[in-house]
Design a protein. Structure first.
Length: 546
């Protein structure tokens, strides 16, 4: 027991526990006298923040504790003096009634308080940045402060003092990691960066510009600050340099009076790209700068007039053909324009032909108009639809000539304009997708185009000093076929209710390859060009429901 009692181990006379006389009893007798007697559980008011609940203490794990009460009686007995004991022997014992003490089960208290306050806990919500398409500016979605309830602290308090009838569960605010104020500063900076930006090529009067919206596309406003978008930065830099550069012009042929005549080469001035990109990246993301000057370098032609073969001695090496029946007026315009742009292009021996370089860029300034293109998994209106008709026909000619393929890209799905030569096509997109093939002949080659709009036919011819080789192209070999998915329906608010129109057409997916066999003095070799067409779904636009 650890507590002194009377000499015979009994509790002093006159002591009661919750009204039960336990005087003269030992511990076991006192516990038996109390029996299952329990005090009525009091009501406890629990408060947390602005909320309060009144519950029975029993629900919070409170229970009467007879053993502790008997120990309290024994302690009182031990503390009484000899005189009091003598008084007790002659019937003058001091009467003392002690309450039945209580204890709290911490586990039950924790469970009850957790249940009561469960709805008060709230995780903080970070502020976030978004781009408002209406205002075309960055904005902040405000942060929300969280709340954390200290159930453990309240449990400890109640266990230490079971007599409490009012128990407070402390609540504390939980601050978000990213606050509205901090992100607001980044948003302010991001919106200020979205301003028109101009570049100039040093030593020339050539300039180019990005609009405020184009600049805004060069970075992200994140929770951590301004984050450059490296891909769009490089793409924008490419567009700017294409606009300001004056590349050297190789000696070439031009059609005059129905005959090909030589045109002298000319030097150019182009961007010093490595140095210029560092300047561009730094200044366009500097809120204090609105313009930059790109360092330049001289660009020398690689083919001179003296090295250009006599046009009359050129031989026809290979021919590529395609048809574009049922093309729209816009598509026909782009086919004619692209064919005219590459007509007369000369590729020196050992150098690489770039379709996009020969074309001069797919943009309105270069004469191209809107037409259907493949973008973002859909066939949509876009600038330059029909240019791929020319790149495909050019690829067919150069491939037939036996020139090595440096870069060739496919369309996303099988396109009817390039049938029946499935897979024998080349997609281009400015910037990013080019058609490049190396002139491995012993002399410059000339590319000529013949476009017949009335017959919807396009021919590309490769002229030069004909190499001593034969090229045989095999038809496509289909290795797999994937059925197209079901149609997709998209609501177009611009259509009348109840109307429908088809805007994309279904096509099965294919895996295939074409191959060619080249025979020359070095022997026989075979190469392949592989293509994987995605399965394509039909898309219908429907008017809104009435």
């Amino acid at each position: 027991m650890g507590v002194a009692t009377q000499p015979d181990g009994t509790i002093a006379p006159g002591i009661r526990i919750a009204g039960v006389d336990v005087g003269g009893m030992n511990r076991e007798q006192a516990l038996a006298a109390l029996g299952e007697r329990t005090a009525a559980a009091p009501q406890v008011t629990v408060s947390a923040g602005k909320n309060s609940w009144t519950v029975s203490a029993a629900k919070l794990g409170w229970r009467a504790d007879a053993a502790t009460s008997v120990e309290a009686a024994q302690k009182i007995t031990a503390e009484r003096g000899v005189l009091e004991r003598l008084q007790g022997m002659v019937g003058a014992a001091q009467v003392q009634d002690i309450p039945l003490t209580a204890a709290v089960d911490a586990t039950q208290a924790r469970a009850a308080l957790t249940s009561l306050t469960a709805g008060l806990n709230a995780a903080p919500r970070n502020a976030s940045v978004y781009f408002d398409k209406t205002t075309r500016k960055y904005a902040v979605k405000p942060a929300v402060t969280g709340v954390k309830v200290d159930v453990a602290g309240a449990v400890n308090t109640y266990v230490a003092n079971p007599a409490l009838t009012a128990l407070t569960v402390a609540t504390a605010e939980q601050a978000p990691q990213y606050t509205t104020e901090a992100l607001g500063a980044y948003v302010k900076q991001g919106n200020a960066l979205a301003r028109p930006f101009t570049v100039k090529l040093a030593g020339t009067n050539r300039t180019a510009a990005l609009s405020a919206l184009q600049v805004a596309d060069l970075y992200w406003v994140r929770e951590t600050g301004i984050v450059p978008d490296e891909a769009t930065l490089k793409a924008a830099f490419g567009r700017l340099t294409s606009a300001v550069d004056q590349p050297a012009q190789n000696a070439r042929y031009a059609l005059q009076g129905g005959k090909l005549v030589k045109v002298r080469e000319s030097a150019g001035v182009v961007t010093d790209r490595a140095a210029a990109y560092a300047i561009f990246r730094k200044t366009v993301l500097d809120i204090t700068q609105k313009a930059a000057v790109f360092p330049s370098r001289a660009d020398k032609p690689t083919l001179t007039l003296a090295s250009l073969p006599d046009a009359g001695k050129l031989q026809l090496i290979a021919v590529g053909k395609s048809t574009y029946y049922h093309s729209s007026a816009a598509r026909r315009t782009n086919v004619a324009n692209a064919a005219a742009k590459i007509n007369g292009a000369v590729v020196p021996a050992g150098e690489v032909f770039s379709f996009l370089n020969a074309l001069g860029g797919i943009n309105a300034e270069n004469g191209f108009v809107g037409g259907l293109i493949i973008s973002g998994g859909r066939t949509v209106d876009g600038l330059g639809g029909g240019v791929c008709q020319v790149s495909t026909t050019t690829f067919r000619a150069l491939y037939q000539a036996g020139l090595p393929v440096v870069e060739r890209n496919q369309h996303s799905y099988r396109v009817g304009y390039y049938e029946p030569q499935v897979g024998f096509e080349a997609a281009v997109y400015d910037p990013g997708l080019d058609l490049k093939m190396k002139n491995d002949t012993s002399a410059p080659i000339l590319i000529k185009t013949v476009n017949d709009n009335s017959r919807s036919t396009l021919t590309v011819e490769v002229w030069g000093v004909k190499p001593q080789r034969t090229v045989t192209i095999s038809p496509a070999v289909i290795t797999a076929r994937v059925p197209h998915p079901g149609p997709k329906y998209v609501v177009n608010p611009g259509l009348r209710p109840g109307t429908m129109r088809q805007v994309d057409w279904a096509a099965d997916g294919y895996s295939l390859y074409i191959s060619r066999t080249i025979r020359d003095a070095s022997g026989t070799r075979t190469d392949r060009v592989s293509t994987v067409y995605k399965p394509w779904q039909a898309v219908y636009e429907t008017g809104p429901r009435s």
